[in-house]
Ligand binder design. Sequence first.
Ligand SMILES: [Zn+2]
Ligand SMILES: [Zn+2]
Length: 259
Amino acid sequence: MAPSQTFVALGSGFASASAWAAMAWGLAFFAAIYVLLCGGNWLLTRHLLPALRIGRRIDPEPLRDGQIRYELLLSALSILIFGIGTILPWAFLQLGWARLASDPGPVQVAVEMLALLVWNDIHFYANHRLLHTRWLRRFHVQHHRSLVTTPFSTYSFHPLEAILLGNVILLPMLLHDFSFAALLSLPVMSLLLNNLGHSNYDFAPAAGHDHWLSASRRHHLHHTRYHGNYGFLFNFMDGWFGTRLPEEPPPTTAGTAPE
Ligand SMILES: [Zn+2]
Ligand SMILES: [Zn+2]
């Protein structure tokens, strides 16, 4: 069976599953990608790349006591929310509000993936700005407790933040019949790139401040400066809305805790 047909079959299986099966499937999916991608990133940036002398650590400050445990605990809660939330795209399919592409070719899947990646940045920027408002910032301080970030900071959110960020797929599904492969790829790409942003590791020190590979430097600045650089992988939204932070040497983490 061609890879695209495998995903079509998986999509049909998901759409016709029971609500409980859909949520269990979502839970297993988000837990698996978190363990694989965050654990993989930890191995890559804490062991493999330093050993090969590729890239460099950004912030040399130590983690605060119990930080990893705290991040893992909040991430487990986020995975639970994302897993339960899988019932929403499932319900959209059940109710006929959304449909899956029945015979997508590789070009369609690639274009959809790219569109979802750009949408993810727009959605993240809007929700992240909301989370920095006076009304919602108390639900975002949990994520900002990681002044020096780690791969495990990626899902370290308050449950409300997990709900806001987790709904990224819903609007696109209402507007277009996506391939199941592209829909599945969004959480994977998002977590992969979120890992880039939170790795506290400069993968390409020679890359310019606006390069996508410099997302780790830009998001590190967001965690240490708190205001500015609200974008995700790209920084076009920060450019448009005047929230782009200028490049600077890695700051120390002292005295920059969020309000
Ligand atoms: Zn923030
Ligand atoms: Zn962050």
